[in-house]
Design a protein around this ligand. Structure first.
Ligand SMILES: [Zn+2]
Length: 66
């Protein structure tokens, strides 16, 4: 996942880097967008999992509701 480029020198950088490995310039906060995407992906998977579990569980809730 090295598809990001430094604004200062144009060198390719990792999203997890705090500083550019080529020119040493600090990268702006919030630069780690791939991690945010990952988090959103995990969240969506979790929501889908919850929906599947609700649909998959037996609909007979009488022993619990009573
Ligand atoms: Zn740089």
């Amino acid at each position: 996942m090295g598809a990001l480029f430094c604004k200062h020198c144009g060198g390719d950088i990792e999203a997890s880097d705090k500083n550019c490995s080529h020119c040493g310039m600090p990268l702006p906060p919030g630069f780690d967008r791939s991690a945010q995407k990952k988090f959103i992906l995990y969240f969506i998977v979790l929501v889908i999992f919850c929906v599947v579990m609700v649909l998959w569980l037996p609909p007979d809730w009488t022993p619990f509701v009573k």
